[in-house]
Design a protein around this ligand. Structure first.
Ligand code: AMP
Ligand code: FE
Ligand code: FE
Ligand code: ZN
Length: 285
């Protein structure tokens, strides 16, 4: 049988990807991917359209989310896999996070205006459409207004962490993110730890119930990936991987560039089942 592979980290237009959920599905089918994890920033709104688009076509959709959390001013992204994303508690937290993202967009535009840049929130809204607003949408507005020549320049000059129009956003603590994911029967995975450079935090996250590390990522090379596989084994965690595809926003479309064996998804499913049973047996209702 042909080897089946999965890509567990993909963004859509529900957050800062440029491909709609339908376009993501079409491309994944063309690439013969068996399952894709749709993991938008702070929202699960891409999942139902993707599920409608795959009906009867063989591609599996792994319900996921990428929550922004913060620890000591460091951005920590926590992936939630196999979440019950229609759970009302999850929906209400996600809606709150998206409102906060909108308000932060307004603040970034104000800061840019103070710097003499004439973009308007309307432009950002027009670019973002229904999406949870993020810096990439503001970067696109800067590009469209010809205030910068490239997406990278927009981050380097204005929107990056130490740049003048950067506005931090309200974020969950890692504990809140992990607890939220667990409360909807999901598995919590530390996204692209190799880009964060805070391995010292991993033991604490393990204490909080972290389930896995994202070892495979386009910006994590061979040695970094092996390092996180070793750490995952040491702490008894799972390891996952995905392309972190944002459509064309980061240049070429990365979907399928990170190929995880199907067994990676099966391991997530197995652990979810075990955790669900353990909670039912051990936690008082
Ligand atoms: P936000 O969640 O609104 O703070 O935006 C974070 C997103 O912006 C990330 O997920 C990336 O897609 C993108 N991003 C962050 N930093 C950079 C950068 N220096 N260059 C290009 N894209 C970036
Ligand atoms: Fe992103
Ligand atoms: Fe991320
Ligand atoms: Zn991502």
């Amino acid at each position: 049988m042909e080897k089946r592979f999965v890509d567990l980290h993909i963004h859509t237009t529900a957050s800062d990807g440029t491909l709609t959920p339908q376009e993501v599905v079409e491309r994944a089918i063309k690439l013969s991917i068996s399952a894709i994890g749709i993991a938008d920033h702070d929202t699960a709104n891409g999942l139902d359209p993707a599920l409608r688009a795959v009906k009867g076509r063989g591609l599996e959709i792994v319900p996921a989310v990428e929550l922004s959390a913060s620890e000591d001013d460091t951005d920590i992204h926590v992936l939630g896999y196999l979440i019950d994303y229609h759970n009302p508690k999850f929906v209400s937290v996600a809606e709150r996070l998206c409102r906060v993202r909108y308000e932060r967009g307004v603040k970034m535009v104000e800061k840019l205006n103070e710097l003499g840049i004439g973009i308007k929130m309307e432009m950002v809204k027009d670019i973002a459409g229904e999406a949870a607003i993020g810096r990439p949408h503001v970067a696109d507005a800067l590009l469209r207004g010809e205030y910068v020549k490239s997406y990278d320049e927009a981050f380097a000059r204005y929107l990056g962490y130490h740049a003048p129009a950067y506005v931090p956003k309200y974020k969950l603590t890692p504990k809140e993110a992990i607890d939220l994911i667990h409360s909807v029967n999901g598995l919590a995975v530390f996204a692209h730890p190799g880009l964060v450079h805070k391995d010292d935090l991993i033991p604490k996250f393990v204490e909080l119930g972290l389930d896995g590390l994202e070892a495979f990522h386009p910006q994590q090379g061979y040695y970094v990936t092996n390092h996180y596989i070793d750490l995952a084994n040491y702490y008894g965690l799972l390891y996952t991987g995905g392309s972190d595809c944002h459509g064309t926003r980061k240049g070429k479309i990365l979907m399928g560039s990170v190929k995880m064996p199907y067994s990676c998804l099966e391991a997530l499913r197995k652990k979810r089942k075990e955790l669900k049973k353990w909670r039912a047996d051990n936690l008082a209702v």
